[in-house]
Design a protein. Sequence first.
Length: 581
Amino acid sequence: MLKDSWSLAQKIEHARRIEADVPLPQFRDIPEMLNRRRNDPGTYLIYRSSKGDRNELSYREFVDLMEQTAEFMRQQGLQAGDRIATVSHNHWHTVVHYFAAWLIGVVVVPVNLGEDDDRIRYILQAGQVKLAFVRDRYVDRMHKIVSGSGLDISLVACDESMDAFTSSVDSGTFRPQLESCGEHDVMENEFRISGIKSQSESRSEQDALIVFTSGTTGNPKGVVLTQCNLLEDARAISEWHSIDSATRMMCVLPIHHVNGTVVTLCTPFYAGGSVVLNEKFSVGHFFETIATEQVHIVSVVPTLLSFLTSHHTEHPVGEYPTLRHIICGAGPLTVTVAEQFETRFGIRIIHGYGLSETTCYSCYLPVDLSDEEHRHWMRDHGYPSIGVALDVNEMDIHDPEGRPVGDGNRGEIVIRGRNVMTGYYANDQANENAFTYGWFRSGDEGFTLSDDQGRRFYFITGRLKELIIRGGVNLAPLEIDEVINRAPGVKAGISVGFENDWYGEEVGAYVQMEAGVQENEAEIIAFCRQHLPFSKCPKVVVFGSDIPVTSTGKYQRMKVAHLFTQWKGTQFKDISSKAVK
């Protein structure tokens, strides 16, 4: 049992180590990894745009561009410990920005463009960002966000005519300095440096990423991950899935999220393999791309499995002989969705679990299970198992007092190990809550069952926290509550995450109307749609006479979640969007 006298620093230190003797990463830090990989033969990254354009970079080409970009950052006055933001959809330029920053010890703060302007402004301010790489189509939006905010941020616009960056602009007015490929040739010569300079001290424990993740309070919390965290999880993931220099992965998830970054960017680089980076997920081209690029492993969220199964009930799928399995996590996966996908495509889902706070994955189903064993753990217990703990961390199920509960008993999933974050940035209260007993407390409820070899298989049954996880993206209920309660005629209302086969969870609203006001679901949804993006907007409204609360006045959302059961299989579409999936 944890000593009551331990300081917060001691609790976090305890949560970031593991007692077992497990292998260390083969590189001491990311600069060493880059230096070792620079002369590797073959391809590191293939980028496929939504327009069908294809760019392929060898390890040498990628490292050369990364070095130029690192020197560009130095020329802008950035030093180790400074923060940059990346404001972009999936693009190979952004991958260059990530690794260039890590080379010189600069910290990356990825920006999710799905957030509203106020949230992005908060992230830039809370993250103390000094410079942001912005894709050209988002420049006007960023100018609006930064202007008049008091933020002192340099913006670097990136467009398709340049290798990694085009123009440096300040936060007040945009003054493009480079507008043609010819000028970029001068810039390339000016910023090229001769090889990666070795560091006398390891950057292993230097911060690498600050990932802002939504919380129930509405304001996102900054998860601080070190270079060591990234390398440790990459080692564990690559060993679990037998990823090596001959392995090709594919990324269809956003790389502003740790799943896209760690699993499909860092892991293949660590192993010397390659990755196909897609600008966005395309249900019609998913298997075609796998076949064309000879992909072995893809990482997805449960929502994408539903889209693929539905689409290919009417459309032929073709052959995909190189595909070994699908990695799936980052959101609730139901037995039904998993069974339908595996039956339709004959491809195993290697289900797993992790959080931004634990770098990415902490456990997976074993890859070498027999067909019978795989079906048993995926289908026979009401929930698909999230698997067995990776060797980089320990996992357990604890009661509210931090005591192990044993097999079959429900409690909170807790984790400690070398992939655990250093903490939430500048948020002692959140850290106290997360590391109360010297383990990272996930806020997720689960249980374990052991097999005849003594391996503990973990299951997740729900969340002790109230986040709504839609399509692998965390949504803060209080942010949605505020809009619901401003809708005309609403006396009180709460957002509710309900189980949904398409997105893992969808957003509903439970509403109490003012006396004498007629219930009007369409009007409430239309009001919310004016103030929220489609992903956060309630899709269904259930009306009631009272909203359940605790004795301290906290909403009890789970007590009304069952009222949305009839919409479990419904796919809600944004008819106002012209985006092609």
